[in-house]
Design a protein around this ligand. Structure first.
Ligand code: CA2
Length: 145
């Protein structure tokens, strides 16, 4: 059976490409998904691509990943800076996790400098725009190799 990677996206990322292009660029989340699917094909893995504005829905999907995914790429959006609950859910997942941020959160407001998720992540990619997703996917598959 093919290895499945879950690529999870947090609140407001459905608006990607529609506002604040100076921070997040012009690509939409559908463009990001297309790029990840092309990369997944190259790497010989399956991806489940998911976005929600609801913390509980993200947690439920991480629980689902316990049975269905070998690894997780996650951009938790603003939940990065607030959610012990998402950290706890990721701690209940056995495989590798990579955290992605399009912007360099360390160059921005002080409240974005801390991530609850980084304590669980094998690696964190920040500041490389939407390219970060494909880099994360490639590295995750390498870790699984
Ligand atoms: O840089 C990132 O990827 C972030 O995870 C994006 C989050 C932000 O809260 C984090 O601090 C850093 C915000 C996602 C909101 O995305 C939008 C995109 C376009 C228009 C409006 C919001």
């Amino acid at each position: 059976m093919m290895t499945t990677i879950y690529i999870l996206n947090g609140p407001n990322l459905n608006l990607l490409g529609q506002r604040q292009p100076e921070i997040y660029g012009h690509e939409t989340l559908a463009d990001v998904e297309r790029g990840c699917r092309a990369m997944a094909k190259e790497l010989g893995v399956d991806v489940l691509f998911f976005q929600s504005n609801h913390e509980g829905a993200i947690i439920d999907t991480i629980h689902e990943a316990r049975q269905k995914a070998a690894g997780i790429v996650i951009n938790p959006g603003a939940f990065t800076h607030t959610s012990v609950a998402i950290l706890d859910a990721l701690n209940a997942f056995d495989g590798p996790v990579i955290e992605v941020h399009m912007s360099n959160i360390h160059k921005r407001e002080a409240f974005r400098h801390h991530s609850y998720i980084s304590a669980r992540a094998e690696g964190v990619i920040a500041g490389f725009g939407t390219d970060g997703y494909q880099t994360a996917l490639r590295h995750l598959v390498k870790l699984l190799g």
